[in-house]
Design a protein around this ligand. Structure first.
Ligand SMILES: NC(=O)C1=CN([C@@H]2O[C@H](COP(=O)(O)OP(=O)(O)OC[C@H]3O[C@@H](n4cnc5c(N)ncnc54)[C@H](O)[C@@H]3O)[C@@H](O)[C@H]2O)C=CC1
Ligand SMILES: O=C(O)[C@H]1O[C@H](OP(=O)(O)OP(=O)(O)OC[C@H]2O[C@@H](n3ccc(=O)[nH]c3=O)[C@H](O)[C@@H]2O)[C@H](O)[C@@H](O)[C@@H]1O
Length: 466
């Protein structure tokens, strides 16, 4: 009997990455950085052209350098031709989008199904298909059936799931040094292949968890649901802080010192947005309902509702700061991206609030250090500025909605000189409120500056009589 090959002795698999958006472009570049030959495939020819020329089609710190280096080294290429990419690869990562369906909370799985079918149909030799996109539990089993139907006879192919946990803004380091790697539904052979691919991060300490297919799918959406729940929890408490005259930031610091709780994801404010957390909790809600798991449905509904309520809270504060109406008032909005260090405006709370203020008749001028063009594509009717100063000149109200360093370190005394009204809404609790107050600003925050006197009578009514 021959001894099983050690990981090091196995030939390096050639890799294709299907879908080169925020996840796939990063994954392709990172796999090339690990030393593999990688070809990225996308149906969008503009994206492919940019990538071929060594440019990232979106803003992600560290990614352009990684792409340029690996394209120049000849390890990384891009194409729109799926068949060509599949023919020269052994392992095929599915990284296409799974957006929310229009008119439903369910995930749109048509891209994932199309990619799986396309890979299978074009296989010219045995291969491994690895799902990385975020999918509802049960998707892998359906894809296995689609692949079995489409694969040419005599070709051996396996489908496994290896969900991705990267954060935008930190995508490169999260991919090269993941907190954990989850391998779902693997055989001994495919597990060995994945261990070969991730050999370096594993050697550097990233733990591997080998799971069945449904568990691997569910780990991913559960992680996002937990993060979303943590944010909505602190935002619910922020509302209590507002009513009781307490300070949610200090409260979060105190909670965070408890190692069982931790300080991360306890920043109260405008709530979560982006291309993932909102659609993933809704898809999990939908799937849980299909499965009859009603406790999860109820929990996630509350998380979503609390989150969306935060956007309304900022609009209410704007109305309050401007005396009941925003009509014809000039509002300088600082921030459009769903969080700092990205140009992603998918389901951005910041843009959503800016658009709502515009709809109420305000003259809104938005400034974001990176997201101007992505924001302008989505909301062309808003006003846009090229600098913070331009956005705030003559503003009746300043609203900070994304906590870019440029805003948190701005000098409130200098800004005071250019605005018309000295009121600022700190939608992310990211400003030094006392410095801004000292500089003459009225600061409205999200659970840190009491807006109303403590509701002593109402609270007394809720307190059980002993
Ligand atoms: N953006 C992120 O930070 C993370 C995203 N994810 C998950 O990864 C998946 C992709 O997300 P993003 O990269 O953000 O989406 P994206 O929309 O930026 O990228 C998806 C790409 O797939 C391409 N595409 C669609 N169908 C295709 C096909 N048949 N062949 C080739 N290309 C095709 C699209 O043109 C697009 O460029 C989603 O399931 C998401 O939930 C998971 C972890 C992190
Ligand atoms: O599935 C995904 O795509 C990814 O979704 C999130 O990553 P990302 O969307 O890049 O952004 P986060 O850093 O999680 O922030 C999400 C939102 O929550 C908000 N947030 C975050 C933290 C906090 O304390 N408070 C808060 O409101 C942010 O402003 C942002 O709008 C997860 O953190 C990643 O692990 C996951 O891989």
């Amino acid at each position: 009997m021959t001894a099983p090959k050690k990981i090091k002795d196995q030939p390096a698999p050639r890799i294709s990455v299907i879908g080169t958006g925020y996840l796939g472009a990063t994954h392709a570049a990172a796999m090339a950085e690990l030393g593999f030959d990688v070809v990225g495939v996308d149906t969008d020819p503009h994206k492919v052209e940019e990538l071929k020329e060594g440019r990232a089609p979106f803003f992600e710190p560290g990614l352009p350098e990684l792409i340029r280096r690996n394209v120049a080294a000849g390890r990384l290429s891009f194409t729109t031709d799926l068949a060509e990419a599949v023919a020269v690869s052994d392992v095929h990562f599915i990284c296409v989008g799974t957006p929310q369906q229009s008119g439903s909370f369910a995930a749109n799985l048509s891209y994932v199904e199309g990619a799986a079918r396309g890979i299978a149909e074009n296989l010219t030799h045995d291969g491994l298909i690895v799902g990385k996109s975020t999918v509802p539990v049960g998707t892998g089993a359906r894809l296995r059936a689609i692949i079995a139907d489409a694969v040419p006879s005599g070709i051996d192919v396996e489908l496994v799931w290896n969900p991705e946990f990267l954060r935008e803004g930190k995508a490169v380091e999260d991919t090269l040094s993941p907190d954990r790697l989850v391998f779902g539904g693997t055989s001994a052979k495919s597990e060995a292949t994945l261990r070969r691919i991730y050999e370096k991060p594993i050697a550097e300490g990233s733990p591997v968890l080998v799971a069945d297919l449904p568990t691997a799918e569910l780990v991913k959406v559960s992680a996002n649901a937990f993060l979303a729940t943590k944010i909505s929890f602190i935002n619910a408490i922020a509302e209590v802080c507002d009513a009781a005259g307490a300070d949610v930031s200090l409260l979060a610091d105190a909670l965070g010192h408890d190692k069982r709780i931790g300080r991360q994801f306890l920043n109260a404010g405008l709530g979560f947005g982006g291309g993932c957390l909102p659609k993933d909790i809704r898809a999990l809600m939908y799937r849980s309902n299909e499965l009859g798991a009603h406790a999860a449905v109820g929990l996630l509904q509350q998380v979503d509702e609390i989150n969306m309520g935060r956007r309304q809270r900022v609009i209410d504060l704007a109305l309050k700061a401007l005396g009941g109406s925003v009509l014809n008032r000039r509002i300088g909005v600082l921030g459009a991206a769903f969080k700092p260090h990205t140009d992603d405006v998918r389901d951005s709370p910041a843009l959503n609030v800016a658009a709502a203020l515009h709809l109420r008749g305000a003259q809104v001028v938005v400034y974001d250090p990176q997201a101007r063009s992505t924001a302008q594509r989505l909301y062309p009717t808003l006003g846009y500025a090229d600098s913070m100063e331009e956005a705030l000149t003559g503003a009746d109200l300043t609203v900070v909605l994304t906590e870019w360093d440029e805003f948190t370190t701005a000098d409130p005394a200098e800004l005071r000189a250019i605005v018309s009204g000295r009121s600022v809404i700190d939608g992310r609790n990211c400003l030094d409120a006392s410095a801004w107050s000292r500089a003459g600003w009225s600061v409205y925050a999200m659970g840190t500056v009491p807006e109303v006197a403590p509701l002593a009578d109402d609270l007394a009514a809720l307190t059980p009589v002993r």
